[in-house]
Design a protein around this ligand. Structure first.
Ligand code: NG1
Ligand code: ZN
Length: 542
C-alpha cells in the first residue's frame, strides 16, 4: 500500500466532520452532497475485498427508488451476491474513519481479513442516471486506482446488469458473456425460444406498457428491444426525456400509493408494469372495465412463477422441492393461497433481499419476492444438471417441459432480482399458459393494506424479532399493537425501523380499506407516543 498516496487522495474526497453513516440493507444511501468520501472509500474497500477473494468485485452507484437528489453505493460480491455481513461492518468502519485514521483502518481491515496485499485486484463499476452518479463513479475509480486495483467502468447499467457482469467474470463466462450484448443475447434468446412454444398469438398477449421511472431501465430497454421484439412489443413511458427520476412514477410510487404512475394512460385491459429507478423492481397493473386500478405486486408475481414451476416439475416427473420466501410485508392472502391452495412451503425472513436470497438457496428451486416487486428464482446446481440431462434425453412432452424449464433458468437473473428478466419471465409464462392479466390477478384477492411512515428522534429505539413481525422494544409498544389489531377483522400490523430512510415503517392489513387505514393510523399514533415521535402527530387520512 502506498500510504502517503492514500492520504493525499483521501484528502481530495474529505469526509465532512462528524458525519456517521451505516452500510444498510442497500449499502450507503442519502443526500448526494454528503457522499463523495463514501464513494472513494468504497473504491478502496472493493480492492481489499477483491484481493481477499481473488475475484472481481462490483461497485454500483445508485439510490434505486429514492428521490433524484439522493445517491448511494453498494458492493457486489464474487457470484453477484450482496456483500458478506462481516464486510458490511468493515464498510461502516471505513466510511466513518476520520482522515488521520484512514491508513490505520485500512491496515486493520487487511489484517483482520488476512488480505494478501500483493494479490491483484479487479473492480467493475456501474451507475444509474442520477446527475451525481457520473462524478461519483470517478471517485470510486480514484479509490480503486490509488490502492493499485484495476478497473472496468461499464458506465450506465441497471443494478442487476452489474450483478450479472460480476457473476459472468467470476465463472469464466459459464453464466454468460460479461458484456451488455451478452446480457441482451442471453435473456432474449431464452425468451424468444419460450414464446415460440406458446400457442396463442393474439396481439393482446404480446404488447406491454412499461413505466421506466425516468431511470436507467428506459435506456437499457431501448437498446434491448429489438433483441426480443419477435416475442413482445413494448411501449416505454417515463423514459427520462422529460420527467424527474422516481417522481410520481416507478414501481415504488405505484406500489405505495396503489395508483397508476403519471405520464401513462391506461386503457381497459392493457397490461402495464413499472420499474424502479435502477430496474431491480417490477410491479404489474391494469384497469378493469369500470376503470378500477388493480395492482399485481411481488407476491402475486411469486405466486405466478412458483405455480408455473411446480406444473413443469409435475410434467417432468421430478420430485424437487420448491419453496417461496417472503417478508412480513407479503399480503396475508398470498401466503394463505401459496400454503393452502398451491401447497408450497412459505418462509418469512427479515426485509432486504439478501435475507430472502439466503433462505431461497436452501431449496432445489427457491422463489423469493418482496411485496414491492424485488425478487427472482434460484435453481440449485443439481437442478440445473438434472434439467440439462433431461433436455438431452427426452423428446416427448416431458422433454418439452424440460426445455421450457431450461429457458426459464437462463432467463432469470439468478445473481439478483432483475426487473427486465422478471418481466420477460412473466410475459413468457402468461403467453405459455394463455393467461390474461385479469386471470392472473384473480388467483386470489389481496387483503386491503396500508403502509405509513412515522418520524422519531432515534429509530433504533424500536427493535424487532420473529422476522420483524414483533416489536421487542420500546416496552409496551407490541402490547399496544396487539390491542389495536384485535379491534379489526382479518387484521395484522407490525412496525420496524427502515434500513434506507430515517423513519419507522408501519404496516397494517384488514378486511376493508377503511379498517386497514384506520389500524395503520392508530398504530402510527402508538409509535409516535411510545417511540419518541418528532414533528407533527400523525393525522388520519392519506
Ligand atoms: P426499508 O427502507 O428498510 O424498508 C426498503 C424496502 C425493502 C428493500 C430496501 C432496499 C419496503 C417496505 N422496504 O427498505 O424491501 O427493497 O428498501 O431497497 O419495501
Ligand atoms: Zn431498486
Amino acid at each position: 500500500m502506498d500510504l502517503s498516496a492514500i492520504t493525499k487522495h483521501s484528502a481530495l474526497h474529505a469526509k465532512p466532520s462528524g458525519l456517521l453513516l451505516q452500510y444498510g440493507t442497500a449499502g450507503f444511501r442519502m443526500k448526494a452532497e454528503h457522499l463523495d468520501h463514501i464513494m472513494f472509500r468504497m473504491g478502496l474497500l472493493a480492492v481489499l475485498r477483491s484481493k481477499q477473494t481473488k475475484s472481481t468485485i462490483g461497485v454500483m452507484v445508485t439510490a434505486s427508488h429514492n428521490p433524484e437528489e439522493d445517491n448511494g453505493v453498494k458492493l457486489v460480491d464474487p457470484l453477484g451476491e450482496m456483500l458478506a455481513p462481516s464486510w458490511e461492518e468493515h464498510a461502516t468502519y471505513l466510511a466513518n474513519a476520520e482522515e488521520e485514521d484512514m491508513q490505520r483502518v485500512l491496515i486493520d481491515i487487511s489484517e483482520k481479513e488476512a488480505v494478501d496485499l500483493q494479490q491483484d485486484a479487479f473492480v467493475v463499476i456501474g451507475r444509474d442516471t442520477r446527475p451525481s452518479s457520473e462524478k461519483f463513479s470517478q471517485s470510486v475509480i480514484d479509490g480503486v486506482t490509488v490502492l493499485g486495483g484495476q478497473v472496468h467502468d461499464y458506465g450506465l447499467l441497471t443494478t442487476p446488469q452489474l450483478h450479472y457482469m460480476v457473476c459472468c467474470r467470476n465463472t469464466s463466462g459459464q453464466y454468460g458473456m460479461a458484456t451488455i450484448e451478452g446480457y441482451y443475447q442471453k435473456l432474449s434468446r431464452a425468451f424468444v425460444e419460450l414464446t415460440k412454444q406458446a400457442s396463442c398469438s393474439g396481439d393482446e398477449y404480446r404488447s406491454l406498457k412499461i413505466d421506466c421511472a425516468n431511470g436507467i431501465g428506459a435506456l437499457k430497454l431501448k437498446e434491448m428491444e429489438h433483441y426480443f421484439s419477435q416475442g413482445l412489443s413494448v411501449q416505454l413511458f417515463n423514459d427520462g426525456t422529460k420527467g424527474k427520476l422516481n417522481h410520481l412514477c416507478g414501481a415504488d410510487f405505484v406500489k405505495s400509493h396503489q395508483k397508476p404512475p403519471q405520464g401513462m394512460e391506461i386503457k381497459f385491459n392493457e397490461r402495464c408494469c413499472s420499474f424502479d429507478g435502477d430496474a431491480d423492481r417490477i410491479v404489474y397493473y391494469y384497469c378493469d372495465a369500470d376503470g378500477h386500478f388493480h395492482l399485481i405486486d411481488g407476491d402475486k408475481i411469486a405466486t405466478l412463477i412458483s405455480s408455473f414451476l411446480k406444473e413443469l416439475l409435475l410434467e417432468i416427473g421430478e420430485n424437487l422441492n420448491v419453496g417461496v420466501v417472503q417478508t412480513a410485508y407479503a399480503n396475508g392472502s398470498s401466503t394463505r393461497y401459496l400454503e393452502e391452495v398451491m401447497k408450497v412451503p412459505v418462509y418469512c425472513t427479515k426485509t432486504g433481499v439478501k435475507h430472502l436470497h439466503h433462505k431461497a438457496q436452501e431449496f432445489d428451486i427457491g422463489v423469493y419476492f418482496e411485496a414491492n416487486g424485488h425478487g427472482t428464482a434460484l435453481f440449485s446446481k443439481a437442478v440445473e444438471d438434472k434439467i440439462n440431462q433431461l433436455t438431452r434425453e427426452l423428446e416427448d412432452k416431458k422433454g418439452k417441459a424440460a426445455k421450457i424449464l431450461r429457458n426459464i433458468i437462463d432467463l432469470f437473473n439468478q445473481a439478483a432480482g432483475d426487473a427486465i428478466a422478471d418481466m420477460l419471465v412473466i410475459e413468457a409464462i402468461l403467453a405459455l399458459k394463455n393467461l390474461t392479466i385479469q386471470q392472473w390477478d384473480a388467483l386470489y384477492t389481496d387483503l386491503p393494506n396500508r403502509q405509513l411512515k412515522v418520524k422519531v428522534a432515534d429509530r433504533k429505539v424500536i427493535s424487532t424479532t420473529d422476522a420483524e413481525r414483533q416489536a421487542v422494544t420500546p416496552p409496551g409498544l407490541q402490547e399496544a399493537i396487539n390491542d389495536l389489531v384485535k379491534k379489526y377483522r382479518l387484521s395484522r400490523a407490525f412496525v420496524r425501523p427502515s434500513g434506507t430512510e430515517d423513519v419507522i415503517r408501519v404496516y397494517a392489513e384488514a378486511d376493508s380499506q377503511e379498517s386497514a387505514d384506520s389500524l395503520a393510523h392508530e398504530v402510527s399514533l402508538a409509535v409516535f407516543d411510545l417511540a419518541g415521535g418528532i414533528g407533527e402527530r400523525p393525522q388520519p387520512g392519506f
